[in-house]
Design a protein around this ligand. Structure first.
Ligand code: NAP
Length: 278
């Protein structure tokens, strides 16, 4: 599995697993755990979750999948903006640690910008880091100007990632956010890389490229997000056939002709647009 280097030198897999909509129904928990375990076996040891997903249920699914193999995992979780105050962050983190049945979160993100001052959130993240409860912190759904503001704050340069929507049907970040984060050596995490299994997978261009690689459109969609050295892709799959497909996407290298065909159908941004958010 190719890796991406975090600013402190830690290497993480360039391809991980999402968990949105897991842990929402008790009856689905078993297959969801099985899917995550299969993904781990196939090298997708970075797992993205959040206190929001399934109201904490997704973190419990992750805990179950992590049993007996916590040390090989890199667990990412997120705090709700409404909990991102100086006192709210540690309380939310404790609840997440309990649901995750672990003593540390590898990367803890602010899910999106809220009304609590960012200085408070960053100070709380730094305190949790000093206590060993989180190993790194970062943000999600931050546009370029938000990142610039963050880096001006005390300890703001310790931000380890920005997790944003990115797939061939939503390329706005290529205009300035992706070049800016590359310049600052901050990896991006691409969420919804298969466009949530929707219209993107009907793309004729993706289908044509897929045919050349004896692959599926979803695999091409994932490989496309991973073509940048500092992008980590986190597709979510509860279906084990999807998990197998997604893991194999990490081995696909797209050619210049493939990329040109995808550009023709899904053009890169010509101007700045505000960040797409789900
Ligand atoms: N920070 C944020 O604000 C934010 C927002 C959205 C998402 N995220 C994170 O990013 C992760 C991924 O994003 P997402 O869940 O929105 O969308 P996604 O990963 O693009 O798509 C997930 C959907 O696509 C299906 N799928 C997965 N692999 C497939 C394949 N090979 N072929 C066909 N269909 C496939 C899944 O079906 P099955 O489940 O049935 O296999 C599921 O319905 C989330 O789970 C979450 O961890 C973060």
């Amino acid at each position: 599995m190719r890796t991406v280097r975090l600013p402190d030198g830690t290497q993480v897999p360039a391809l991980g697993q999402g968990t949105w909509h897991m842990g929402e129904r008790g009856s689905a928990a078993k297959p969801e755990v099985a899917a995550l375990k299969l993904g781990i076996e196939l090298g997708m040891t970075l797992i993205d979750t959040a206190e929001m997903y399934g109201n904490g249920g997704a973190e419990e699914v992750v805990a179950e999948a992590a049993q007996g193999q916590r040390d090989k995992l890199f667990i990412v979780s997120k705090v709700y903006p409404q909990n991102a105050s100086r006192t709210g962050v540690p309380q939310a983190c404790e609840r997440s640690l309990k649901r995750l049945r672990t003593d540390r979160i590898d990367l803890y993100l602010l899910h999106w910008k809220g009304s609590h001052p960012l200085t408070e959130t960053v100070a709380a993240f730094e305190k949790l880091k000093a206590e060993g409860k989180i190993r790194h912190w970062g943000v999600s759904n931050f546009d370029t100007s938000d990142m610039q503001g963050l880096l001006r704050l005390k300890d703001g340069t310790n931000c380890t990632t920005n997790q944003v929507l990115y797939h061939a049907g939503s390329r706005g970040i290529e205009y300035d956010l992706l070049p800016w984060t590359t310049e600052h050596s901050i990896p991006l995490m691409a969420y919804s890389p298969v466009g949530q299994g929707g219209r993107l997978l009907q793309s004729k261009a993706l289908a044509a490229v897929a045919k050349r690689h004896n692959a599926t459109p979803a695999q091409i969609a994932i490989a496309w997000t991973m073509r940048h050295a500092n992008v980590i892709s986190i597709p979510k799959a509860s279906d084990q056939a999807h998990v197998r497909e997604n893991a194999a996407a990490g081995d696909i290298t797209l050619t210049d002709a493939d990329l040109a065909a995808i550009d023709a159908a899904h053009p890169p941004p010509a101007r700045k647009a505000s960040l797409d958010i789900l």
